[in-house]
Write a protein that binds this ligand. Structure first.
Ligand SMILES: [Zn+2]
Length: 242
């Protein structure tokens, strides 16, 4: 099943660990090398490695790499059925760009006011540095509400709750130590809002598509265990392609 590609890659890597291709304490090859060897995209390798990390077979040392733990693979039937974080983001990109386009045609003046307030809230969330995503979440929810379509609203909520329940998503997020990316996401949100204010469905669709592509790319870059933490500021970090 195409949607479970990262699980079959996780199984391949698990088999390699069992076959002791690498010793306990040894550093795994870089994701790029594994990606070439197994012929799958880096995002899929990232997800497969996170599965093995959740299982306790691998340990991620930030800015150093991924190391083999002292432990044999065990079946983990207790792990919840999970969703691939990057597939979830892709689904949001498809759904929410259509939502934004419908929102631009149906939004009320009052909802536009609410969206402005959500983005003000997001600015405060970012400045407070307490890790709150309230404004961000509210903005996306308001876009769905502005479609005036209950089926679209429910589908969107479903995607968000799948994300919150995802162990893989939470593990991926726990690797991220830098939150400067939030400024760039806030700028994306303002672009979407401008298109909504202009009641321009095509611009709203395009801006939302770009935004969620941005989110996916940022997560892939920032959760890379081989990346040095940007405490010394690497202004080109987000500009780098994978
Ligand atoms: Zn957003």
């Amino acid at each position: 099943m195409r949607g479970r590609k990262y699980l079959s890659v996780a199984q391949t890597l698990r088999d390699m660990l069992v076959a002791q291709r690498w010793d306990v304490g040894e550093r795994l090859p870089a994701e790029r090398a594994l990606s070439e060897e197994l012929g799958v995209p880096r995002a899929t390798i990232r997800e497969a490695l996170i599965v093995l990390e959740v299982e306790g077979l691998l340990e991620v040392r930030h800015a150093s790499g991924i190391y083999v733990c002292d432990g044999m693979p065990t079946a983990r039937p207790d792990l919840p059925v999970d969703m691939s974080p990057f597939e979830l983001l892709r689904a949001r990109q498809v759904l929410e760009s259509a939502i934004a386009s419908a929102a631009a045609l149906n939004v009320s003046d009052e909802q536009i006011d609410d969206m402005r307030q959500a983005l003000d809230q997001e600015e405060r969330d970012i400045s407070d540095r307490r890790g709150s995503y309230e404004g961000d979440k509210r903005f996306h929810a308001l876009l769905a509400e502005a479609t005036q379509n209950d089926a679209l609203i429910a589908t969107m909520e479903q995607l968000w709750s799948l994300r919150l329940a995802s162990a893989l998503w939470n593990q991926l997020h726990s690797r991220i130590f830098d939150d400067d990316y939030r400024r760039s996401w806030a700028a994306d949100h303002h672009e979407i809002l401008a298109a909504i204010e202009a009641r321009d469905p095509e611009s709203a669709r395009a801006a939302t598509w770009r935004h969620l592509g941005n989110v996916s790319r940022t997560l892939l870059i920032l959760s890379d265990p081989d990346v040095i933490p940007p405490s010394d500021k690497q202004p080109d970090l987000l500009a780098r392609t994978q």
